[in-house]
Ligand binder design. Structure first.
Ligand code: FAD
Length: 475
């Protein structure tokens, strides 16, 4: 078995410990915004659309519904606070891809892929237009992205993915000129299909836009049941919370990695924990030592990959690599502190940027990713078309949740649209098995992916078998 660059050029342990010592266990993004509180639901009410979940999925669904029909009464119910979960903790890479990347999209959806690519780019363009039109203060930067090769076998993968136009191959010198890391062997510059946002600001600003459009937002209002047995509105849904009941004509679910309110989706996703570090703001000198004039988002190319980017105040967010599934499919705050993972991330950071050895981390945190076996969202309706859902974004939902929200609204309207006719929308992923098989399968897959990263990318028999049946595990 070979080694990776992160093992061949390991920084001193004392450096890692020193850099992590001042860090607070909290999402930098959530720490960086002031909360705009909303009351809990205390009295029953009736509405046209009840949206469950106050992350991007729910917020986009509520906003788009109200924009399409300003007269409709739209209510959003959030179990805790707006954007506290994945939407306030992510890397902020707002990508055009609706399919978790081109290879996954082409493999699964074949000749539909070009259409999905076009729809994804349009979705990203429309996010940019909405940010400008509504003045959403969310540090939106359409800088593009660079995928980097840190092992020789990855260079050809990047060369093959280039199209010479808005996806350009960068030789070693060119990629290091863009961002100076001794680990880089090549790069792929994507100029069109990626932007960066401040994740928690985006959630907060979408909530502001919702409220200004007339959406009624209730926090601390967990939905416990969707009751269609004798609804107060004929043909509707009684949405019961711990406080009161919303009588809704239609319901959109944006509950992501949390236990689904629909039995049919109980096995469709597993929560996978992803871990993140944030540095202090770099000084001008430190920034000059790495370059990064283009401020692109960066990802490396192994199965276990890192993603990293600059914030508006020139901190570096550094996340990924370990993707941890905990037996039993639970979302629990106890899973969010994992010292070995944070130490590994910090070690890989200093391997990548040895010139930043003076830099410390101010924040470390984690969040649950709603992983499904096809790595991109699935969509559907339940209870005779009264309830729509979109989930399973598998770590790429900052942009795609807006598309998912549109699909939910299309489905609830009963109309056939370009979106509802897509194979991607009409098909569903293979569910994960129940425990203990899920846990055993996922651990075996993770082990195999790690081996492939240490063995020139070669996939073993477990991965080949999973590829053949369209099953997989990713973050
Ligand atoms: C660490 C990390 C890094 C990531 N990085 C990126 C990235 O760089 N780019 C990218 O595209 N994606 C990334 N993702 C994924 C992205 O954050 C998610 O796909 C996206 O935020 C999903 O939005 P959501 O609204 O569906 O889910 P969430 O933000 O999780 O919101 C779901 C909400 O539903 C609420 N809820 C659940 N059940 C109920 C109920 N019964 N009643 C009421 N409310 C309920 C929850 O409280 C929660 O607020 C990352 C995720 C993590 C965790």
């Amino acid at each position: 078995m070979g080694s990776t660059v992160f093992e061949r050029h390991r920084p001193d342990r004392a450096l890692v410990a020193r850099a992590l010592a001042p860090s607070t266990h909290a999402s930098f993004w959530l720490d960086d915004v002031s909360a705009q509180p909303h009351a809990a639901l205390r009295a029953d009410l009736s509405c046209d659309l009840a949206v469950v979940g106050g992350g991007y999925s729910g917020l986009w669904a509520a906003l788009l519904a109200k924009q399409a029909d300003p007269g409709a009464r739209v209510v959003l119910l959030e179990a805790r606070t707006i954007g506290w979960a994945a939407s306030g903790r992510n890397g902020g890479f707002c990508e055009a891809s609706l399919t978790h990347g081109e290879e996954n999209g082409r493999t699964r959806f074949g000749d539909e892929y070009e259409q999905l690519e076009r729809l994804g780019l349009r979705n990203l363009d429309e996010i940019e237009q909405t940010v400008a039109a509504l003045g959403l203060d969310c540090d939106f930067e359409r800088n593009g992205a660079i995928d980097v090769a840190t092992e020789p076998h990855q260079v050809e993968w990047l060369r093959e993915a280039a199209n010479g136009d808005d996806v350009r191959f960068l030789e070693t010198d060119a990629v290091r000129a863009a961002l100076a890391s001794p680990t880089y062997l090549a790069g792929l510059l994507r100029t069109r299909d990626s932007a960066l946002v401040h994740p928690a600001k985006l959630a907060r600003e979408l909530a502001r836009a919702c409220a200004e459009a007339g959406v009624e937002i209730f926090e601390h209002s967990p939905v416990t049941t969707l009751d269609t047995s004798a609804p107060a509105i004929p043909g509707g849904v009684d949405v019961r919370t711990t406080g009161a009941t919303v009588h809704a004509r239609r319901v959109a679910l944006g509950t992501n990695a949390f236990p689904s309110l629909l039995k049919r989706n109980a096995l469709a996703t597993v929560p996978v924990y992803d871990y993140v570090l944030m540095t202090e703001p770099l000084s001008e000198e430190q920034l000059a030592s790495i370059g990064w004039q283009g401020r692109q988002g960066v990802g490396d190319s192994a199965n276990q990959f890192h993603y990293y980017r600059l914030s508006a105040d020139n901190r570096i967010l550094w996340g990924g690599y370990d993707a941890i599934y905990h037996y039993g499919r639970k979302v629990r705050s106890a899973y969010e502190d994992r010292p070995t993972t944070f130490a590994r991330l910090a070690s890989h950071f200093f391997t990548t940027f040895p010139q930043l050895e003076d830099v410390s981390f101010t924040h470390r945190w984690a969040g649950a990713i709603d992983t499904c076996s096809r790595f991109c969202a699935f969509y559907g309706t339940a209870r005779g078309g009264r309830i729509a859902y979109a989930a399973g974004y598998t770590g790429l939902g900052v942009g795609a949740t807006r598309f998912g929200a549109q699909v939910m609204l299309d489905m609830l309207s009963g109309e056939r649209t370009e979106r509802t006719e897509l194979k991607m929308v009409r098909s569903t992923p293979i569910p994960f098995p129940p425990e203990p098989v899920a846990s055993l399968g996922i651990q075996a897959t993770r082990w195999s992916l790690d081996r492939a990263d240490h063995n020139a990318g070669k996939r073993n028999i477990i991965l080949k078998a999973l590829d053949a049946v369209g099953l997989g595990f990713d973050s």
